[in-house]
Write a protein that binds this ligand. Sequence first.
Ligand SMILES: NC(=O)c1ccc[n+]([C@@H]2O[C@H](COP(=O)([O-])OP(=O)(O)OC[C@H]3O[C@@H](n4cnc5c(N)ncnc54)[C@H](OP(=O)(O)O)[C@@H]3O)[C@@H](O)[C@H]2O)c1
Length: 267
Amino acid sequence: MANLVLVTGASSGIGEAAARLYGEGGAKVLLLARNRERLDRVAGAIREGGGKAAAYSVDLADAAAIEETSARILREHGTPDILINNAGAGRWKSLLDTTAEEALAMIEVPYLAAFNLTRAFLPGMIARKGGAIACITSPASYLVWPKATAYIAARHAMAGFAEALRADLKGTGVTVTLVVLGTVETPYWEHNPGSRENMPAPNPLLAPTLSSEEAARVIRDALERGRRTVFKPAILRALVLLNAVAPRLVAKQLRRALPKPSTARGD
Ligand SMILES: NC(=O)c1ccc[n+]([C@@H]2O[C@H](COP(=O)([O-])OP(=O)(O)OC[C@H]3O[C@@H](n4cnc5c(N)ncnc54)[C@H](OP(=O)(O)O)[C@@H]3O)[C@@H](O)[C@H]2O)c1
C-alpha cells in the first residue's frame, strides 16, 4: 500500500474523492489546490475519519509557487509514493472566442502544473527506484470536436507529456498512468461555464456519467495495477482506436452528438 499520496485539485470533485479514498485506505494524503478553506474542509474530514492529511494552498499555474511548495513538502513529508496530477480547468470555446490569457491558462494547468510538480518529485522517486505518477485527463487528449480549440490542444499536451515521460522512465521503477475519464458529475461544470454547451452528449447506455467516487476508484485501481492508459467508460478506448483509422467518421459522430443550441444544457 502507498504510504504518501499527493493529490492536486483535492479541494473539489475527482481530486477530493481521490484524497478521501486514499485517506480511508490508510495513506497519508497531501492535498493541493488554491482554495484554502475547501482544502482544510477535505483534510479535516479525512482526519475525522481516522486518516492522515495535510493541505497546501498553492496556485499550480505559478511555477515558482510549485517549487516553493514542493520543497516544503519534501522537507515535511519526503517524496510521495503516488503523485496524482488532477487539478485542471478549461474554457470550451472556439479559437476566435478564446483570449491569449485563457489559452495560456489552460496550458499552465493541467499540463505545466503536472510537468513542474512531477519534475520536483521525480528525483526522489528515481533515487529509491519506485513511484507512481497519474495524469487525469478527458477524451480531449485523443479526440477532437468543434468549439473547444485551446482546451483540446492543452489536453493533447497532457497525453503527450504522460506518454513521453513514460518512455523516459522505462527501467527506473517509476510508472506513469494516464487516466482518461468521460463525463464525471462534479462542480467542474459550474466552475467552467459554457463547457456543457460545447460537449458532445454521450449515449448514456454506452457512456454513463461517473460519480466522483467512481472516478477516484478508477484512478486508484489503475495505479494499483500499474496500467499505462485507462479509459472509463471503456467505450472511449474503442472510439479512440476507431479515430486512429477513421478520423472523419468519428469527427462526424462527435459533431452530431453536440447539443443543438436550442437544447443545450446550461448551468
Ligand atoms: N468532470 C468531468 O467530467 C471530467 C472528465 C474528465 C476529466 N476531468 C478532469 O479531471 C480533473 C478534475 O476535474 P473535476 O471534475 O474534479 O473538476 P473541479 O471539481 O472543478 O475540480 C478542479 C480542481 O482543480 C483545482 N485547480 C484548478 N485550477 C487550479 C490552479 N491554478 N491551482 C491549483 N489548483 C487548481 C481546483 O481547486 P481550486 O479552485 O481550489 O484551486 C479543484 O480542486 C480536471 O483536470 C478535469 O479536466 C474532468
